[in-house]
Ligand binder design. Structure first.
Ligand code: SAH
Length: 476
């Protein structure tokens, strides 16, 4: 079964029979973890560590002496095979598979029907990390990273929230209000008190807040968030926070699925994507939708590819919101020119050859006609052209006609920063041909200028850059 992803679950093992096969140190470690979950653990083996024997003596576990036998499985919910004998582990795996009992064979993902994740334990808050056995060391590093950011007091905070859950629910029937109250709880004074270990004071503070909090007036707002070019890692922390607090997200077609996946699970997601040609919402419809959602008291995130203020019509949207008295914020994003240049190893400026950069859009004939060609054709600058891939020929012709050398290097970056990124290098003369030859599709960004040639040596992300086929290169 290649590449099917694992389905994560958290199991309730309290009081349930679980079998550990093996009596060594690994079996002991697994038993300890199962005991913490309250499982009714049986350990079967020919010899046992002193600790396992001691647990058996205090009645915390029971032991089965001998070689593994299928009857051991009779009452089990779950099995862990932790012997050092691969043949025995395989035998356990085969028997449990027949009986449909979930089984983990330690350090053998192929034989396991369930795997035990790396865990960050702030019980009742638990974070589990898995790479499906592909890279346990990576899982461990991720676990360490998360350990660093999650304060140890979070467990106590979660427990406190659980204690107060009924009263909080009684106080706020409305789900949105309740969520806002809890968010304040987890981020404000109460969390701080728990961090300092002052649980009684924290309890008093919650009681006070529950008593005084007025029903919040429904005041919706809009946050314009730049999602960046695709790689979800390029989203800002502030953007991430906005996505986590959103009730509704209006997103464009350029927004990557990975970024959307970071948003709060139950946030409503509305695709207002403007794909060239396909039917999509007009800018006016988007304005009306923003207004209606905000007026209904929701926290709206308007999520745009790249940066909202670079060829993103973000300006029009906040003008409209201001005119209608809706509060807004703007969170910038990494615009395509910056991301594509970085991910193609092309510095946009360079002391030797480019002292300025221009962001240009050339989406259609009309926009091509209104550009300042003499200025765009000037030497010692880099052009970052946002555009469809149509119109390259006209663009090349005008730049050359206004004096830019036909030998000026170019780079076309398709799907910049995404796993599907492709970079095509050439020069102004062969620009339309290389684009056609490599079937470059939207979204793609064009870089014109000496710096584009550096992509041949400095590339670091994804596949090596493509160039013109030899015949084409000679013809050009
Ligand atoms: N606000 C966006 C730009 C929107 S205009 C930003 O700041 O990036 C749409 C154009 O952006 C596309 O036609 C393409 O030229 C460019 N673009 C956006 N994302 C891109 C990506 N991942 N790779 C290459 N070009 C991209």
């Amino acid at each position: 079964m290649p590449a099917a992803r694992l389905y994560p679950i958290f199991t309730q093992l309290a009081g349930r029979a679980v079998l550990v096969v093996g009596g060594g140190n690994v079996a002991e470690r697994k038993t300890a973890a199962l005991l913490e979950a309250g499982a009714d653990v049986q350990v079967g083996a020919t010899t046992f560590t002193p600790q396992l024997s001691a647990w058996a003596e205090n009645g915390r576990i029971s032991l089965i002496y001998g070689e593994f036998a299928e009857e051991w499985l009779d009452r089990q919910w779950l099995v862990v095979a932790a012997t050092s004998d691969a043949a025995v582990n395989a035998q356990v795996a085969a028997a449990t598979e027949r009986r449909r009992i979930w089984t983990n064979v330690v350090d053998d993902a192929a034989l396991s029907s369930f795997q035990v994740p790396a865990v960050i334990d702030r019980a009742p808050l638990v974070v589990a990390v898995s790479t499906a056995g592909a890279a346990p060391v990576l899982a461990r590093l991720v676990r360490e990273a998360i350990e660093r950011v999650l304060d140890p007091s979070l467990g106590a905070l979660a427990a406190l929230a659980e204690r107060w859950r009924g009263r909080i629910r009684g106080r706020f029937a409305d789900l949105g209000q309740r969520r806002r109250f809890l968010e304040r709880l987890f981020q404000g004074r109460v969390a701080e008190l728990v961090r300092r270990g002052q649980l009684a004071v924290a309890d008093a503070a919650i009681a006070r807040e529950l008593a005084v909090t007025e029903a919040e007036p429904a005041a919706g707002s809009v946050v314009l968030v730049g999602a960046g070019p695709g790689d979800a890692g390029l989203l800002t922390l502030k953007g991430l926070r906005a996505l986590n607090e959103a009730d509704v997200i209006l997103y464009d077609s350029l927004v990557g699925a990975d970024v959307l996946a970071l948003a709060r699970r139950d946030a409503e997601r509305i695709d207002v994507g403007k794909r060239a040609g396909a039917h999509s919402k007009s800018q006016d419809e988007i304005h009306e939708l923003l207004l209606a959602q905000a007026r209904s008291g929701k926290r709206v995130v308007r999520l745009k590819g790249g940066d909202p203020f670079v060829f993103g019509r973000g300006g029009e949207e906040i003008e409209f919101l201001r005119a209608h008295g809706i509060a807004y914020e703007v969170v910038p994003g990494v615009t395509a020119a910056l991301a594509c240049a970085a991910y193609a190893g092309i510095p946009l400026t360079h002391r030797d050859s480019a002292q300025s950069v221009r962001f240009v859009t050339a989406h259609c004939k009309a926009s091509l006609d209104t550009l300042d060609w003499p200025a765009l054709a000037a030497e010692r600058q880099t052009l970052a052209v946002y555009m469809g891939v149509a119109g390259l020929e006209r663009l090349r012709d005008r730049l050359v006609a206004h004096g830019r050398a036909a030998t000026t290097p170019i780079a076309l970056i398709e799907n910049g920063s995404r796993t599907t990124q492709r970079v095509v290098l050439g020069d102004l003369a062969n620009l339309p041909q290389v684009a056609c030859e490599h079937a470059v599709v939207s979204p793609a960004l064009l870089i014109v200028g000496e710096v584009a040639a550096l992509g041949a040596q400095l590339h670091w992300f994804g596949a090596a850059p493509l160039t013109a086929a030899p015949a084409l290169a000679r013809a050009a």
